[in-house]
Design a protein around this ligand. Structure first.
Ligand SMILES: *[C@@H]1O[C@H](CO)[C@@H](O)[C@H](O)[C@H]1NC(C)=O
Ligand SMILES: *[C@@H]1O[C@H](CO)[C@@H](O)[C@H](O)[C@H]1NC(C)=O
Ligand SMILES: *[C@@H]1O[C@H](CO)[C@@H](O)[C@H](O)[C@H]1NC(C)=O
Ligand SMILES: *[C@@H]1O[C@H](CO)[C@@H](O)[C@H](O)[C@H]1NC(C)=O
Length: 463
């Protein structure tokens, strides 16, 4: 029996209404609330309920495919849904921000079969279960969109994040040049097959979004094929009628270990710093830099420090038992090698902006409840492959949900300053001392920004 909470009731009502005893091999396919996805397992075209469970999804129903022109005509497809998500947790106080950064290793299928779907479909539920009161999630290497992405039939990571109340998200860095003059997306996308993989999701409105694709990268590496850069989100947290803006910069830096790579990462950090400077963020507001900086704090500490310095940032204390984010020996997505574990994923605070009175970061390890078998094949294939597919040469059973571990940070800012930024909804003032004229200008600029960032406006532009 399906177990969706509210969805179950709807299913039951529909069953009762049509008098179906569910003894048929094929169930009626009810409309259910929330996003769903059809799976047909082409070219075999004989999907069954186990195909939903393979991705950690709930089985809804099956049906024979009867539409002409469908490559699975005559086969069976199943409808899958994400399990019902719990409601959002009570938020932490207004002056506190809790943020997760996670490189989810969702490389394009052209590069590899590495359990992209099996892992990314499961990630949101697991990270929210481990951190129910998180405010913002920054993801890296979401190159395809996460979970199951097809042209007209998808259940993306953004869809699933939305189910958990994280209904606000930025675009993916490098995915489009629209509305983003000067972001240098156009030039890079002329030569790259891929976006930059980074987006920011939030339970609070993102009142401003901006991005920049890096000028600096090593053209002889795979980074030349991806429009890597930095995504900025101004997140407005509102608790009990008080609002506070948090300025978040998410990035994924040069990822190789050639001679030039460490220096390129420092140049990229400089680009992020200049990009931040160009935004005239009030120094009384918090700025956080986060992502996979690829500078290894353990084995290449000098590079890590140079990156942090170029950002004029500070790394808060790292608490908890896990001190690495890329663990060759213990992460079951990686093959044990003689390489030492690395620390690559950071959450940093800007030295030039509001300083937290309390800040800490902690590595955690989301794992699937049950080990999952995935296809592991590093040949060029365009599409997802099931582990039982005859074309899949090698499989691997994994529980860790990425090759990296995520990091969660908690940042507590002075209470009095949070109260100072209290404001009427929709109107932003940068400080309590601004003149009425400045206030009005900011109100207009903010409204324009909200309009430009609204889904409706984007849809109009992208039709
Ligand atoms: C569902 O499909 C899988 C993979 O083809 C197969 O191993 C399994 O036996 C099928 N289950 C049912 C109930 O038919
Ligand atoms: C679906 O197709 C199978 C054969 O592939 C057939 O046995 C079954 O009766 C069909 N079911 C429906 C509801 O059409
Ligand atoms: C996707 O949907 C659009 C609009 O309904 C349609 O024109 C297009 O052919 C569909 N593409 C595929 C691959 O089914
Ligand atoms: C992208 O490539 C096209 C065609 O080669 C060229 O006309 C255009 O100027 C390029 N755009 C940028 C921003 O480099």
């Amino acid at each position: 029996m399906v177990n969706f909470g509210g969805k179950t009731i709807l299913l039951l009502l529909i069953s009762i209404h049509i008098g179906s005893a569910r003894s048929d091999e094929y169930d009626e396919c009810p409309e259910i609330e929330g996003p769903t996805v059809w799976i047909d397992n082409a070219p075999d075209c004989q999907a069954n309920s186990s195909y939903c469970h393979h991705f950690g999804l709930d089985y809804v129903c099956s049906t024979n495919i009867t539409d002409e022109g469908n490559s699975c005509l005559g086969g069976t497809q199943v409808k899958c849904a994400h399990s019902q998500a719990p409601p959002l947790a009570t938020p932490l106080p207004i002056n506190t921000l809790k943020l997760i950064t996670y490189n989810v290793w969702e490389l394009n299928y052209l590069v590899a079969q590495i359990g992209q779907r099996e892992r990314t479909c499961r990630i949101p539920a697991k990270i929210f279960k481990m951190n129910p009161d998180v405010d913002v999630v920054v993801l890296e290497e979401v190159f395809m969109g996460g979970c199951i992405v097809n042209v007209n039939n998808s259940l993306t990571m953004r869809d699933i994040l939305g189910e958990f109340g994280f209904v606000h998200s930025t675009r993916t860095v490098g995915d489009s040049l629209a509305l983003l003059p000067g972001a240098r997306v156009a030039e890079k996308r002329n030569s790259t097959a891929e976006n930059g993989g980074v987006f920011i999701a939030s339970r609070w409105p993102i009142v401003q979004e901006k991005q920049k694709v890096f000028d600096n990268y090593d053209p002889t590496t795979s980074d030349a094929l991806s429009a890597k850069g930095v995504m900025y989100a101004r997140v407005r947290k509102t608790v009990e009628d008080a609002s506070k803006d948090f300025h978040i910069f998410g990035t994924h830096m040069q990822s190789t270990e050639k001679t030039e790579s460490p220096g390129i990462r420092v140049l990229q950090a400089g680009e992020i710093f200049d990009f931040m400077q160009g935004m005239s963020i009030p120094i009384s507001e918090p700025v956080i830099y986060t992502g996979d900086l690829n500078g290894d704090l353990i084995n290449k500490e000098e590079n890590a420090r140079a990156i942090i310095d170029a950002l004029n940032a500070n790394m808060p204390s790292l608490i908890g038992p896990i001190k690495v984010t890329y663990d060759h020996q213990n992460n079951d997505n990686l093959d044990p090698t003689d390489k030492d574990a690395e620390y690559l994923d950071y959450i940093l605070t800007s030295n030039g902006h509001e300083q937290p009175v309390g800040a800490s970061t902690q590595v955690f390890r989301p794992r699937s409840d049950q080990p999952v078998e995935v296809c592991r094949d590093f040949r060029l294939f365009k599409f997802f492959m099931y582990p039982h597919s005859p074309d899949c040469r090698e499989t691997k059973t994994v529980s860790d949900l990425s090759d990296h571990f995520p990091v969660v940070g908690i940042f507590q800012y002075p209470t009095d300053k949070a109260e100072m930024t209290t404001q009427a909804p929709g109107v932003h003032t940068t400080s309590s001392g601004s003149s009425p004229v400045t206030g009005a200008v900011f109100a207009v600029v903010t409204s324009l920004t909200v309009l430009i960032n609204s889904h409706i406006f984007k849809k109009l532009i992208f039709i």
